[in-house]
Design a binder for this molecule. Structure first.
Ligand code: MLC
Ligand code: AMP
Length: 475
């Protein structure tokens, strides 16, 4: 059981280095959790209540998580970069009883029914296991985020599978700069560390640093490795000394994988996951790591490809979106539909007996992945569609050498539109979106590509953003 294993780690064992450089032991983390739990309880929060955590990496965020874990409250990690318009649908759907945030103004217009303290209640019972431990929202392709209930059981089986495949141990030390409001950082990074009793060095945000001695593991997104490359070439020894570099959340290009290998002798380990499933496939810790593939299904996870789509079932797969009809997102025979397309790559001569490796070749869902962060084109469009002078807009992913993709926005104006006013309004509306969702490219076009049924063809928008096309300004 996840909590029992977390509670069993030696109290003196170092667990986490805070962003100010101070090490905290497992005993200290547990004490802090208990203190926060008592304070949450005094504020009227009870096991099973939803508590939103809208914070960047740091001890305030860690304390909030530990407090909820100790009390048995359900954590609602919110992207700390999200603005009011992005938070609104999540807050209205999840209705958290309490919000931890450093920017309360972003919640000013949102109704989050605050709880009433009930004085004189007994001390809470601590570390009770509850069915739900967290609720993570994922960018719905319709533009409305969907709540993905998370259980310790999902996490534990998946993290144990990863530990086996990656040969992880309690001696590992992870450099943890991944934002702790996504599956990657929260589940693999933070809870993976908590489960095994290993160590993590917390960083506020990613910056390409030379790993200090003692760090053994890096988990990151492809953008990070591209930004790290010059440093790896300049200081290869510091990277050679690592045990493992893992990439996920987005496809890693072969050029980066090969350049990292040439500089450090490490083949980056690629793995594939989703908020709904935790990790699905991975290349092995020991054994053949095949660049451009995401390896094989993890123990406890089954993968099939039907009509080109990757479908998954297993212990770590969630049971359904919050508030959605049963079976939504699953096939009739119970497989979760990832919306990613893939193919099996057969065994190679290096290991002819090995099972095939999964290669992700595209997405059937309409999603833009910017620096490992999912962006729904429909959500972006909804921000700009009602600007006076705009008839319609379409958003799509545009290839980017740093972030893999950035958002492109194609705009059709009305005949009487004032170009300067439209441009100014587009720039002003950008403030309603967190930075990675904001369109990097805006082009003006005469019409949007639609199919016979009138449905916007976002794939056909992409070629309009090629450098050879000079954007038309509205007249
Ligand atoms: C930064 N910004 C974000 C953001 N991070 N907006 C939304 N979501 C985020 N996660 C905004 C900032 O507020 C800022 O806005 C602007 O983007 C630029 O910020 P920055 O810090 O200068 O950006 P940059 O250094 O370019 O950061 C990019 C990045 C970082 C790639 C280094 O985003 C990152 O660490 N990404 C990792 C994402 C991740 O963990 N994904 C896992 C998803 S889970 P403004 O307003 O100031 O301009 C998953 C499952 C799986 O996919 O398999 O893992
Ligand atoms: P999220 O909804 O944030 O959990 O993101 C999950 C999505 O990220 C998946 O459905 C994939 O589209 C994408 N993804 C995750 N890992 C990889 C990977 N290794 N290669 C390509 N895409 C990935």
């Amino acid at each position: 059981m996840f909590l029992e294993r977390f509670l069993a780690h030696d109290a003196d064992r170092p667990a986490l280095r805070d962003t100010d450089g101070r090490w905290l032991s497992y005993g200290e983390l547990r004490r802090r959790g208990e203190q926060v739990a008592a304070s949450l309880h005094n504020q009227g929060i009870r096991p099973g209540d939803i508590v939103a955590i809208h914070l960047e990496n740091g001890m305030d965020l860690i304390d909030a998580h530990l407090g909820c874990m100790a009390l048995g409250a359900v954590r609602l990690p919110l992207n700390a970069h999200y603005r009011e318009a992005e938070l609104a649908p999540i807050v209205s759907d999840a209705a958290p009883a309490l919000v931890y945030t450093a920017t309360p103004e972003r919640f000013a217009g949102l109704r989050c029914s605050p709880v009433q303290a009930e004085p004189g209640l007994a001390q809470p019972q601590l570390w009770p296991a509850h069915t739900l431990t967290a609720l993570l929202y994922t960018s719905g392709t319709t533009g409305r985020p969907k709540g993905v209930p998370q259980t310790f059981a999902m996490w534990e089986s998946n993290l144990d599978a990863l530990a086996a495949v990656w040969a992880l141990s309690d001696a590992d030390c992870l450099w943890l700069a991944l934002p702790l409001f996504h599956t990657h950082g929260l589940v693999l990074g933070l809870h993976g560390t908590f489960l095994r009793g290993s160590r993590a060095i917390l960083a506020e945000r990613f910056e390409p640093i030379v790993p200090e001695a003692g760090i053994t593991h890096l988990y990151g997104v492809p953008t990070w490795y591209r930004r790290w490359l010059p440093l790896m070439q300049a200081h290869p020894a510091a990277f050679q000394a690592l045990s493992l570099m893992v990439s996920g959340s987005d496809g890693l290009d072969a050029a980066t994988s090969d350049a990292v290998y040439a500089a450090t002798g490490h083949r980056i380990l690629e793995r594939y996951g989703m908020t709904e499933t935790v990790m699905i496939c991975s290349n092995p810790g020991a054994g053949e790591r095949r660049a451009g593939t995401v390896g094989q299904p993890l123990p406890g996870v089954e993968v099939r490809i039907t009509d080109g789509e990757i479908q998954v079932r297993g212990r770590s797969v969630f049971s359904g979106y919050r508030g959605a009809p049963p079976g939504h997102g699953f096939t009739a025979d119970g497989w979760f539909q990832t919306g990613d397309s893939g193919m099996w790559e057969p065994a190679t001569t290096a290991d002819p007996r090995s099972a095939p490796y999964l290669k992700i070749i595209g997405r059937t869902k309409e999603l833009i992945i910017v620096g490992g962060v999912n962006v729904s084109p429909a959500e972006v469009e909804s921000i700009y569609a009602d600007i006076p002078g705009i008839r319609e807009v379409g958003a799509c992913g545009v290839a980017d050498a740093d972030l893999s993709e950035v958002v492109g926005l194609a705009v059709v104006t009305t005949p009487d539109a004032n170009a300067a006013e439209v441009r100014a309004a587009i720039a002003e509306r950008g403030a309603r979106l967190s930075g990675l969702k904001r369109p990097r490219w805006v082009i003006f076009v005469a019409s949007l590509p639609r199919n016979a049924l009138g449905k916007l063809q976002r794939g056909a928008l992409r070629p309009l953003f090629t450098p050879s096309h000079s954007p038309e300004a509205p007249s």
